[in-house]
Design a protein around this ligand. Sequence first.
Ligand code: HEC
Ligand code: HEC
Length: 284
Amino acid sequence: MNKRQARLFAIASTAVATVAFFGLTLDSHRQFGRLTNASAITDQVTRGKDVWHDNNCINCHTLFGEGAYYAPDLTKITQLRGEAYLRAYLKDPAKFYDENRHRRLMPRQDLSDGDIGDLIAFLDWVSKVDNQGWPPRPLLVTGATFPGTDSSAGKPPDAGSVAAPAARPTSAADDPIALGEAVFRTAVPACTACHSTAPGVNMAGPSLAGLAGRTQVLLAGSEYHGGARDVAAYIRESVLTPSVHIVPGAMYSADGKSFMPATYPASLKPEQVEHLVAYLSTLK
Ligand code: HEC
Ligand code: HEC
């Protein structure tokens, strides 16, 4: 290539790259309305965004992976936790986590009920933005990573993740226990967003380690007033009508209503509930 050809080549390739850059940028902008559900941005969502900025939530948290990495990413938090939990949490975060075990705590923000409602509307809008899979896994409190259904499977656990009992082989497509373990990870929201099966790891919900054993004790005692007579029925009741019996603890319920989502009777098929029963009954 002589000098003149080299110059032409440089000019032509710069031109091609520039056209591609502007083309892709325009294409992205063209899609923003659809990806962000722009029509769903109500006044309340906008007010919630202002509350978010006024309180510098971003100094500790991330949305879409942007922000500070001190506290969990909140992109999908309304889907993972539900409104009842978030209302109570934002009112008084100190009730939910313990400084010794979790090491870092969220300071109380003294938000009014109105601000909290607006914030939740904003975060709910955020959770519905098509983020094309980014960030790939929400980071949850206790440093536990969110197993989900995604690319994390098969990779070594992150340094901060919680040791769970070894996974059972999931090859047997008709093994109800293996199927139940899969539902536990893939239900919407995933049970693993709130429950660990490692002893003592209480996230938004209690650890389910030893569930079958402690349920037998519970059913035999006088503290239990629900309708279940055996472990299987108790698990079914816990998933479908969680408020019938509420595990004691300020962080698990408010006004007699469990923070466990009330959406499972609609989103889980009866056989999926039975698979969950089979899996969770093995947690002795
Ligand atoms: C000084 C840092 C800091 C600020 C500011 C902050 N947070 Fe947090 N937040 C945390 C930490 C740390 C956690 C992890 C839980 C804990 O230890 O309390 C957390 C947890 C949360 C959770 C999730 C709880 C869960 O169970 O997964 C939500 C929701 C939340 N914060 C919302 C907010 C909102 C909304 C704001 C702004 C109004 C805010 N935070 C401001 C530090 C902060
Ligand atoms: C948003 C958080 C959240 C999600 C998601 C969640 N749970 Fe819960 N779960 C809770 C809370 C909080 C409690 C304690 C209050 C209560 O008893 O309902 C609980 C209690 C339970 C209990 C009773 C535990 C005991 O010690 O007696 C079982 C069993 C249970 N959940 C199973 C599940 C299953 C299965 C799923 C998925 C289909 C699931 N949970 C999803 C928050 C959650």
